[in-house]
Ligand binder design. Structure first.
Ligand code: PLP
Length: 401
């Protein structure tokens, strides 16, 4: 950073730990630190704290129809649900299970499915999306097979902010499952990765009609290293981390009490402020989007209406995303680009490619994600420096970008 202006616009990557949340976590590091599995009263205190936290998370998700399993992050929750379900089902049937996922899922879902596919344990269908990043139920319907055992569709895409029709998909699968139940056939389980949805959308698991819901705490002001998985009652699931009998025998290892408290406090906090924060952030991001779109050759990515308030994502003609990010950083602004720099080669985002963006255009992606501490002043400053940064990058760009 070459000046003193600090603007953090990458809240979809991670957020700060809320000060009140941190305060609630503190006693569990060096005062109330007993192992929750011990027989004595110190341990009972820790056990009680975990029970209370589980209730808080369960309440936020209206999840009395199932259980909450604490994990280390969304990636772990996703690995547990997908691998754990397939392992549990493989003990039952003789048919290879089929999984349907959208082609714009986070790598946590895509790589887990590819891994299961490589091990020849499953067949996987990757659903297309439309040009705004939306999964169409008609495409899902076409891809359901007699051996389909799991549908996994993210609630909100992390790169473009499009909200997927999760409750509609839940209703659609419920209809199929009713028929399957009468025919005594294997049910189709439904997983959603709700990582980018927790603090802004309806996360009632009954409304959504899901059997699994994964998320990670650090996207909504809990620390990094804690997440959870909702598992509906009677869902077959095999543990993927073996050892002790913690977390209903589904995730062995001594519980991270302080972080579990942090997760529960953060989800309670964001759910209590959902409406007001969503309104405030939407107002800021709408202003940002409206003004940014005045820059020539800059287009919004994702759905115009069905999008979360905190993500403003764009494609910039003739400019390289990584170069814009570096110049924004020099101006004190942290944002991100959909293209990930892997071992020196710039790979365009699989999300944008799936949305039909040509490869050369996909390199020009920019994502700004707002949070509870984003101010109008920061948005104004970003809008002020952005046009010049884009012009500079365009001037340096090789032809063909
Ligand atoms: N799913 C989505 C939609 C995400 O945005 C992320 C984080 O970027 C993850 C999963 C993975 O989260 P974590 O790295 O905390 O496991």
């Amino acid at each position: 950073m070459k000046n003193n202006f600090s603007v953090y616009l990458d809240n979809a990557a991670t957020t700060c730990v809320d000060k009140e949340v941190f305060k609630k976590m503190k006693p569990f590091f060096s005062e109330k630190y007993a192992n929750p599995s011990g027989p004595y009263w110190h341990s009972q205190v820790a056990r009680g704290v975990i029970d209370k936290a589980r209730e808080q998370v369960s309440k936020a998700l209206n999840a009395s129809s199932g259980k909450i399993v604490f994990t280390s992050c969304a990636t772990e929750s996703i690995n547990l649900s997908h691998k754990g379900l397939i392992e549990a089902l493989s003990k039952k049937g003789d048919q290879k299970p089929h999984i349907v996922v959208s082609s714009i899922e986070h790598s946590a879902v895509l790589e887990t499915c590819r891994h299961l596919e490589k091990l020849c344990l499953v067949e996987v269908s990757y659903l297309p999306v439309d040009k705004t990043g939306l999964v169409l139920i008609s495409d899902l319907e076409k891809n359901i097979r007699p051996n389909t055992a799991l549908v996994s569709i993210m609630y909100v895409n992390n790169e473009v902010g499009t909200i997927e029709p999760i409750s509609e998909i839940g209703k659609f699968l419920k209809k199929i499952n009713k028929k399957r139940e009468l025919e005594k056939k294997q049910k189709i389980f439904f997983h959603t990765d709700a990582t980018q949805a927790i603090q802004y959308l309806n996360i009632d698991v009954n409304f959504l009609g899901v059997d699994f819901l994964s998320f990670t705490g650090h996207k909504f002001y809990a620390p990094k290293g804690i997440g959870a998985l909702f598992v509906k009652k009677d869902t077959p699931l095999s543990s993927q981390i073996r050892g002790g009998s913690q977390e209903y025998g589904l995730r062995a290892g001594t519980e991270n009490v302080a972080f579990i408290v942090g997760l529960a406090e953060a989800i309670t906090l964001v759910c209590s402020q959902k409406k007001s924060q969503a309104e405030r952030i939407k107002k800021l991001s709408q202003k940002f989007i409206k003004e940014a779109l005045k820059i020539k050759g800059l287009n919004l990515t994702g759905d115009k209406i069905k999008r979360v308030p905190h993500i403003a994502s764009f494609l910039v003609d003739g400019a390289e995303g990584e170069a814009m990010i570096l110049l924004l950083s020099d101006a004190g602004i942290s944002a991100s680009s959909g293209s990930a720099c892997t071992s020196g080669s710039l790979k365009p985002s699989h999300v944008l490619l799936a949305m039909g963006v040509p490869q050369e255009k996909a390199h020009g992606s920019l994502r700004f994600s707002l949070g509870k501490d984003t101010t109008e002043e920061q948005i104004n400053y970003t809008l002020k420096v952005l046009p010049e940064i884009i012009s500079k990058v365009r001037a340096l760009a090789p032809k063909g970008i």
